[in-house]
Design a protein around this ligand. Structure first.
Ligand SMILES: C[S@@+](CC[C@H](N)C(=O)[O-])C[C@H]1O[C@@H](n2cnc3c(N)ncnc32)[C@H](O)[C@@H]1O
Length: 195
């Protein structure tokens, strides 16, 4: 599918199915592959604007405690709570920990740094976010929990792979069909903290 047809296809599907973003289909594919969305879980959604991933979670499972955070304001979605802020800010991380009051089962991150025009710089900045997600997970994730995070195939990809393997029992990478071929984006799936 060329880029234009790709955009049109997922844009139309998102509209028909009532999702706020085309990214929703990436989470559906990720869960079909790794099966981490289960009734009753506590789930943190990093980079949640405009809310497509939260919609998928709420549609798919029951009794989920879900918190989203984004620099941008997410319009209300019944069943989810949102914090508007920068995840890298320690104050936001404190609010997340306070909100759950205990460990979480799933951490999702679709965070992407703003594009600068330099592909290499963009991937370094987005991968920096991924490093931070993996670090934060050591603090707040259940021992048997799951992390899914966007990663860019860039110079520091190997370091992410190495860091994840050190901290988690199982790590995999997956590129959903709904992610554009020409995009360097891929998702890392980590489960079971090693320490
Ligand atoms: C691709 S969008 C997420 C789409 C979302 N998964 C959905 O389905 O609607 C990436 C988001 O990451 C957010 N973001 C990037 N850096 C962030 C940070 N440091 N803290 C919080 N949000 C961040 C951006 O504001 C942007 O809204």
């Amino acid at each position: 599918m060329d880029n234009k047809s790709y955009q049109d296809h997922f844009f139309k599907r998102a509209k028909i199915e009532g999702y706020r973003s085309r990214s929703a289909f990436k989470l559906i594919e990720l869960d079909n592959k790794f099966k981490f969305l289960k009734n009753g879980i506590k789930l943190l959604d990093l980079g949640s604007y405009p809310g497509g991933w939260c919609q998928v979670v709420l549609k798919k499972i029951k009794k989920v405690k879900i918190l989203g955070i984004d620099k941008k304001k997410v319009e209300k979605i019944s069943g989810a709570e949102f914090i508007m802020g920068d995840f890298l800010d320690k104050k936001s991380q404190k609010l997340i920990i306070e909100y759950f009051g205990s460990k979480v089962d799933v951490i999702l991150s679709d965070m992407a740094a703003n594009t600068t025009g330099s592909k290499s710089l963009d991937s370094i900045r987005t991968n920096e976010l991924c490093f931070n997600v993996l670090n934060f997970s050591k603090e707040i994730l259940n021992k048997k929990g799951t992390v899914i995070s966007k990663v860019f195939m860039g110079d520091d990809f190997k370091e992410i792979k190495y860091g994840a393997k050190k901290n988690f029992k199982k790590t995999d990478f997956f590129k959903p069909n709904s992610s554009r071929d020409e995009s360097r984006e891929i998702y890392i799936h980590c489960s079971g903290l090693s320490t």
